[in-house]
Design a protein around this ligand. Structure first.
Ligand code: ATP
Ligand code: MG
Ligand code: MG
Length: 262
């Protein structure tokens, strides 16, 4: 008997990754909609299982936060891992039809995701796959999701690396110190991409330049905003601000006010 089919009515597929498919489902017992992610391949080996379980263990250990995609439960069925989570409206993946975000809106996204990062970093976890695709929106709130690459910050072992386009040089050099600063760099690249409104190529400029700390000018954006991106993208992880330091920047005064009235 399948727990998935007993407990849920499948509505439609809403996404897929390299190893997983995600469905919008109705939970029969409570009548609410959720997202259920399942691994495409059967997880036979313990090493495969352990990697897949990092995602649920990180989500479960973190508990709930307004700016993190909420986790409910997980289980194995025929050697497939199922994860029940909060259903979001969409993610910020960059497409031809991507919406235009004003600087104020971009700062709002940055502010909310930095709060998620501060929260997980304080709990010793680094996300390591921060990118527009993994930033979800639900009722106008931005949420960090897809903890498939998450790891413990003080673990100095090789990790499941996220999308290379968002990774700083130190990770490409196999240096696993200051893993929380990797998330700050990736958020900087993600924000740059949102502003630029076209997907970053796999190699070459402008993203090579970003990694070298050369930020192309962003016409129409304040100097304060561009300087903030520049420090987030500093090639030296020690010089990049922590999420907490980032949030103290006066540039977020307006975002702070909005969030207090919510
Ligand atoms: P893989 O790790 O196998 O490469 P992935 O980690 O990219 O897959 P996710 O990012 O978790 O998988 O999900 C894939 C897609 O499914 C997302 O890009 C998004 O479109 C959709 N999706 C995932 N979770 C949710 C959710 N909670 N609410 C709405 N849509 C979701
Ligand atoms: Mg993803
Ligand atoms: Mg993933």
């Amino acid at each position: 008997l399948s727990r998935y089919h007993t407990d849920f009515h499948e509505i439609e597929q809403i996404g897929y990754g390299n190893f997983s498919r995600v469905f919008k489902v109705l939970k029969r017992i409570d009548g609410c909609m959720y997202a259920v992610k399942h691994s495409i391949r059967q997880l036979h080996q313990d090493t495969e299982k352990r990697q897949a379980l990092m995602e649920v263990q990180a989500l479960a250990a973190l508990g709930s936060h307004a700016n993190i995609v909420n986790y409910y439960t997980s289980w194995f069925e025929n050697e497939h891992l199922y994860i029940q989570m909060e259903l979001c409206d969409c993610s910020l993946s960059i497409k031809e039809s991507s919406p235009f975000f004003s600087e104020g809106e971009v700062l709002e996204i940055m502010y909310q995701i930095a709060q998620a990062l501060q929260y997980i970093h304080e709990r010793g976890i680094a996300h390591l796959d921060v990118k527009p695709d993994n930033i979800y929106v639900k009722n106008g709130i931005y949420k960090l999701g897809d903890f498939g690459c998450a790891t413990l910050i003080d673990r100095s072992l090789p990790i499941e690396e996220g999308d290379a386009r968002y990774m700083p040089q130190e990770i490409l050099n196999d240096k696993y110190e200051h893993l929380e600063k990797v998330d700050i760099f990736s958020l900087g690249v993600a924000i740059y991409e949102l502003v630029r409104r076209s997907p970053l190529p796999e190699s070459g400029p402008p993203f090579l330049n970003l990694r070298e700390g050369k930020i192309p000018l962003l016409p129409g954006h304040s100097l304060q905003f561009q300087n903030l991106l520049k420090v987030m993208l500093d090639p030296d992880p020690v010089r990049r601000p922590s999420a907490k330091e980032l949030l103290e920047n006066p540039i977020f005064d307006r975002a702070r006010k909005i969030s207090r009235t919510k």
